[in-house]
Structure formats: structure tokens, C-alpha cells
Ligand binder design. Structure first.
Ligand SMILES: [Zn+2]
Ligand SMILES: [Zn+2]
Length: 162
């Protein structure tokens, strides 16, 4: 199987990215928002809110509550710096440097390893949007999630069956 190399803009390193993104977009930088975004940028995979809380509590045990994490996540979602992966009930940092808030994205989700991949395809999104509209349906949210086995899990499955 040939692998097609996706040519996309590389985001800079996570640590500087979080702060740069806030400055670039003129957003209000609070410590918890920056910490949560940095954590997700480093994780590179979808993480559940409570796992974010557990991981961050190791450094700042008292300051963090579930409510404060959810508030930070809501803000980051609102600003398009983070996407929610409903299938996994988890959050992932925007991997495509989405140029705008509520940029429509496709999220490919692997149920095997629980990794996701973000894909931007405005034309395809428009097609889905129009198709649904013709049926009188409104697309919910900005993220279209598609579940499928990722290349890594597919390879593992192949080597297991030999
Ligand atoms: Zn994005
Ligand atoms: Zn996988």
C-alpha cells in the first residue's frame, strides 16, 4: 500500500506555540488556559478532561478543579485552538493551525489506539453540508468525525494474523 504524504503547514514547538497563538489572535491569556493548551499540544492525541486534570494536578494540586478545566477547554474550543472528539469524549489540540474560529474540520478517529487525525477539506465539507441541507438537516458542530482503523493499527492487525 502506498502512503500519500500529506503536505501541511508544520506548527512550531508546543511550548512557544501556546503563547504565540494567544498573542497572535489577541486572546486573553490566563495561566490555566495556557497550561491546558500546552498540555494538549504536547499530548498530540485526544485526552479526556479528567485525564488532563489528573496530569496537571501533579504540578498544581490545589489550583485546579474540574470546573476550571472545563471552563478553560470551553474557551479553547470557542477560539478554535482545541477540537472536541465526541467519539472519544476527549479533546485534542488543533493540528492544522486552523486559520479561523469554528473552522470546519474532519477528524479521523481510530477506535484501536484512540488516536485522531485532523484533515481540512473545505470542498468536501461543503458537499456534506449541502447534502444535509437538502434533506432539511443542519450539521451539528464544526467537526465531522469519521471512525476508521489507522495505518499503525492496520499494520499490527496484519502482523498478528500471520
Ligand atoms: Zn483545527
Ligand atoms: Zn489506531
Amino acid at each position: 500500500m502506498q502512503q500519500t504524504k500529506v503536505n501541511k503547514t508544520e506548527c512550531p514547538s508546543p511550548a512557544s506555540t501556546a503563547q504565540a497563538l494567544f498573542v497572535q489572535r489577541g486572546l486573553r491569556l490566563t495561566r490555566i488556559r495556557r497550561t491546558v493548551l500546552e498540555f494538549l499540544l504536547n499530548a498530540r492525541i485526544p485526552v479526556k478532561a479528567y485525564d488532563i486534570l489528573d496530569a496537571l494536578r501533579r504540578d498544581a494540586p490545589k489550583a485546579l478543579t474540574p470546573a476550571s478545566i472545563y471552563r478553560a477547554l470551553d474557551y479553547l474550543l470557542q477560539e478554535g485552538l482545541v477540537h472536541k472528539v465526541g467519539t472519544l469524549n476527549a479533546y485534542v489540540a488543533c493540528a492544522e493551525c486552523c486559520p479561523e474560529r469554528h473552522a470546519p474540520v474532519f477528524m479521523l478517529v481510530c477506535p484501536g489506539c484512540r488516536k485522531s487525525r485532523e484533515v481540512n477539506d473545505p470542498a468536501l465539507y461543503q458537499t456534506i453540508f449541502s447534502t444535509m441541507q437538502r434533506q432539511g438537516f443542519q450539521l451539528q458542530g464544526d467537526t465531522v468525525e469519521l471512525t476508521g482503523i489507522c495505518p499503525g493499527c492496520a499494520r499490527q492487525e496484519q502482523s498478528c494474523s500471520i
